[in-house]
Write a protein that binds this ligand. Structure first.
Ligand SMILES: Nc1nc2c(ncn2[C@@H]2O[C@H](COP(=O)(O)OP(=O)(O)OP(=O)(O)O)[C@@H](O)[C@H]2O)c(=O)[nH]1
Ligand SMILES: [Zn+2]
Length: 199
């Protein structure tokens, strides 16, 4: 018990990842698939590559990885629209990727945020185990809070590899939307026109 506790303590890195456990689990997974984890080509997979990849792809769980959402004084309260933000997330059901595009519209209250921060924020939020509906909602709610926005609308269109590569084996697109706060009918028309223009 004491040993286990000590070993867990020594292998947990500053970001809270237990490396020894991640390596052991990956090795075990390879073995369970009938693979030889010690064959050339696979040793670094369990020792480094997969644990390190998953550490990156789950950094949305860690506040320390959140981008600095620095804001500036707003000179307008017009809707700010950003289209075509790439999204890569992992579906929590199969831990397989889904990827696509997010579009964001927000109505500033007294502050605006640097444009690049919208893409950075979507990337950070996406890097964890999610379902698409929840991710869309969490981007909208999170941005409204970070930017102190009067209203936010988020649309996300994605293809799930759990549907494409296995299971139903159809590479379809799923679109989800979330709104928070004050988004008017005119805002929605502008948002839609910007998305249509992007596509
Ligand atoms: N609503 C929603 N469903 C998702 C998402 N990602 C994956 N899924 C679905 O989650 C469901 C899980 O269904 P289960 O029947 O438990 O799992 P399964 O046997 O692997 O199902 P199939 O994928 O149909 O083979 C599937 O229908 C997936 O398409 C998501 O982001 N949102
Ligand atoms: Zn899935």
């Amino acid at each position: 018990m004491t040993n286990q506790h000590q070993s867990a303590q020594t292998t947990v890195d500053s970001r809270g990842i237990d490396w020894e456990q991640a390596q052991r689990a990956t090795r075990l997974l390879l073995e369970s698939l009938g693979e030889n984890p010690d064959r050339e080509g696979l040793t670094e997979t369990w020792q480094r590559r997969l644990p390190a990849s998953l550490e990156t792809l789950t950094e949305g769980q860690r506040e320390t990885a959140k981008p600095d959402m620095r804001t500036f004084e707003a000179e307008t309260d017009d809707l700010v629209i950003k289209t075509g933000i790439p999204v890569y997330s992992l579906c929590e059901h199969h831990m397989l990727p889904y990827h696509g595009t997010a579009h964001i519209g927000y109505r500033p209250d007294e502050t605006v945020v640097g444009l690049s921060k919208l893409s950075r924020y979507v990337r950070w939020q996406s890097r964890r185990l999610t379902i698409q509906e929840g991710l869309t909602r969490e981007i909208a709610d999170g941005l409204a809070e970070e930017v102190h926005a009067d209203g936010v609308v988020v649309e996300l269109t994605a293809t799930h590899l759990c549907e494409a590569m296995r299971g139903v084996e159809t590479a379809t697109e799923t679109t989800t939307q979330a709104t928070v706060g004050n988004i008017t009918a005119t805002d929605r028309q502008r948002f839609r026109a910007a998305i249509d223009n992007h596509e």
